[in-house]
Design a protein around this ligand. Sequence first.
Ligand SMILES: Cc1ncc(COP(=O)(O)O)c(C=O)c1O
Length: 488
Amino acid sequence: MSENISLDESLEVFNTQLEQACDLVSQQYQSMQERPAYQMFELKEVASWFAEDLPEQGMEFSELLKFTDEKVLQTATNNMGPHMYGYVMAGGTQVSSIAELLSSTVNQNMGKWHLGAAMNEIEQRVIQWGADFIGYRREIDGAVEQIGGTLVSGGSAANLTGLTVARNIFFEKYKVREKGLFGQKPFVVYGSTETHGCVDKSIELLGIGTDNYRKIKCNADYTINLDALKIQIEKDKQAGLQPFCIVGNAGTVNTGALDDLDALADIAQVHGLWFHVDGAYGGLVACLDSHKHFYKGMDRADSVAVDFHKWLYQPFEAGCCLVKNWELLKKTYYKRVSYLAMDVKDDGRLDLNDHHFQLSRNTKAFKVWMSFKAYGAQAFRDMIQKDIDLTKYLARKVDNASDFVLFNEPQLSAVCFQFVGDGTYSKRELNELNQKIIHALEEDGRVFIPGSQLLGQTVIRACLINHRKQKKHVDYLVDVIREVAETL
Ligand SMILES: Cc1ncc(COP(=O)(O)O)c(C=O)c1O
């Protein structure tokens, strides 16, 4: 047996490596404002950089860093920088980068309390802070009680978690955890045509099946049509099905539309349904006094998905599902197994694996905790408000320009529009032109701005959630789009 071997270098060598790595981190900050948002490489070229057999021998670390810098960091899509408008992409914070390094170094496992006592307490604290930030509360006899929740990879996992809790709690009486869905009348879930695709995926994974998912039509402002929802629930009841859950949108991915959550909570209450809110994109905006009223009713939801790697500017990954209490999660996930249960001390510790699907799990809460501590909640409110103000500025700019048409009046930070040139194009031609513009913008790379489909039309969609964005970047965006469009 080989003795005294490990993968570690001496502390002296390690310190040098850390310094080299920190230089690279610092370089990202130095260059992010100037670097293009996207660099177009041929797929084959990128694949060729990494096409090698499993290396049997290690390489010199500074060489490895050099290669990593050239091929990974310098070619990276500039998500940190101010010219990213794609999907729902935030830029990260300096403090969370540091937090990630620290937490991966101490390598705590969030599965059991004693595998990382402080980190476990931090996760519970972050869940409560997340709930406090958006006003998601539970009151019993006038006293505010602790909220339950779980940190997950992102919005998709947060929605899957909410719907899993919904299914397991709602159908507890049928022993759904033991018997599965066999022999049950189909459970029906309601969302809108604008609800995110991860809800479809969740419904598939949960064995409910998308045939039992009703996508209710939207109003002109892309919010769910409440009358159509009520009619559909009645229809399903009359057909002998089991209406079970309404998914409300606290910010749709396409346009940031906010469903009437209070009205949805009423409908859920009348029919005795679970009410889940997908707030992955927009849920955290409930922290703003200027927007709180749009979120009325969210606190009545049985479960809420939020996403700290979206509008809390955290690096990937950091989603969160909030529910009204920890017991709901325990009833959904708890499984007694001897190798985990023998050492449990009954001193009130909460083992997170009893409340979540995963056993071993990294901390996603630590960077959120450090960020809240370092910047303070008010700084995040200010940044979120800034993003919304910038989006409104962009919408006005587009709306006032004769060569653009605005498709939605943004309540949050997603705005969709078309380039229409001199206004002589047909609808079909505009779809084709804007599709071409989206491709040309990717190739150009100065800004990153993909498209979407709204009302059957191809639109350019900008989403502004980056604390580094300023007004001059928005002006630049419009100039670049116009310039690229005019070359076509
Ligand atoms: C409304 C909404 N729900 C869910 C998701 C999925 O979140 P994630 O990409 O973190 O899985 C998104 C992503 O943009 C979203 O906007």
